[in-house]
Design a protein around this ligand. Structure first.
Ligand SMILES: O=C(O)c1ccccc1NCC(=O)[C@H](O)[C@H](O)COP(=O)(O)O
Length: 289
């Protein structure tokens, strides 16, 4: 297809995922039992489980209060991805979450997108159930491509403490509206950015937790300097800064720590680790874990 501007560009992976998720949500909202009014009724009945504070949990890790405070870990459950294909398709998310929790993770991120990541709300719910009774349990993040209040209500009902809002996918009006709705349900979102303009948009809505994705979601390229390049924009602000994607070694983590980054989100390298606990021990170098 072409127009006056020349041939139409093929959709990026982010656009493809967004289009598929719109179709998925249309089916869910038309299905008896999961219509929006039913989700609202469950929320009004107080059926969503108790929340833990994402912000408080991110500020707390096994090195908090020591002479060498380090950054916090958001540990991800990731069966597959568009860039890598299958990573750990047969993982038991509940068991993996327990390993993460026992290793000192502050947050457990669960990809719930089914087509490219092979995730689900069932995975997230079972993660929540597995860690629910632990003292000072990690917060649960619904890692999703969110464009509607409906997905945030689903997240809250199925046990999330926070949700991901990807600035690149949303208009500023949508971003502000979804951010406000998430706060109304008691969840401070993780707002994801990939460049200075997106960081500016996140700061404009008053985001308290901002994640810089080192992975460009349009072409899959990973640049670990993406986070470093945006650190100065939040230095004097009351913002928790997180580095997302591509983190594989303690050198990566130490470098972000030195730059003032507060947390790292790690998926693939944790899912591929032969010994998850040992890997986290080496990666984060927290005392007493
Ligand atoms: O991981 C991908 O290939 C991907 C492609 C398109 C959109 C999102 C994608 N990943 C989501 C994430 O942000 C990562 O799962 C997360 O940051 C962890 O990254 P990693 O440690 O590199 O697995």
């Amino acid at each position: 297809m072409s127009n006056a501007q020349g041939p139409a560009k093929p959709p990026t992976i982010l656009q493809k995922i967004y289009a598929q998720r719109q179709r998925d949500v249309e089916v869910a909202i038309a299905t008896p039992g999961t219509r929006p009014e039913e989700l609202d009724a469950y929320l009004e009945m107080g059926l969503a489980p108790a929340l833990t504070s994402f912000v408080a949990r991110l500020m707390d890790n096994p090195s908090t209060g020591t002479i060498s405070p380090s950054l916090s870990l958001m540990a991800e459950i990731k069966r597959a991805s568009p860039s890598k294909g299958d990573i750990a398709p047969f993982v038991n998310p509940a068991r993996q979450a327990l390993l993460y929790a026992q290793s000192g993770a502050s947050v457990i991120s669960v990809l719930t997108e089914p087509t490219w990541f092979k995730g689900s709300l069932v995975d997230m719910h079972l993660v929540r159930r597995a860690i629910d009774a632990l003292p000072n349990r990690p917060a649960v993040l619904r890692k999703e491509f969110i464009f509607s209040e409906y997905q945030i209500a689903e997240a809250r009902l199925w046990g999330a403490d926070t949700v991901l809002l990807i600035v690149a996918m949303l208009t500023q009006e949508q971003l502000a509206r979804l951010y406000a709705y998430s706060l109304r349900l008691g969840m401070e979102p993780l707002v994801e950015v990939n460049n200075a303009a997106e960081m500016q948009r996140a700061l404009e809505i008053g985001a308290k937790v901002v994640g810089v994705n080192n992975r460009n979601l349009h072409d899959f390229s990973v640049d670990m300097g993406t986070t470093s390049g945006l650190v100065d924009m939040v230095r004097e602000r009351d913002v928790i800064l997180c580095a997302l994607s591509g983190i594989q070694s303690s050198a990566d983590v130490q470098s972000y720590k030195a730059q003032g980054v507060n947390a790292v989100l790690v998926g693939e390298s944790l899912m591929r680790a032969a010994d998850t606990k040992q890997f986290i021990k080496e990666l984060l170098a927290w005392p007493n874990v």
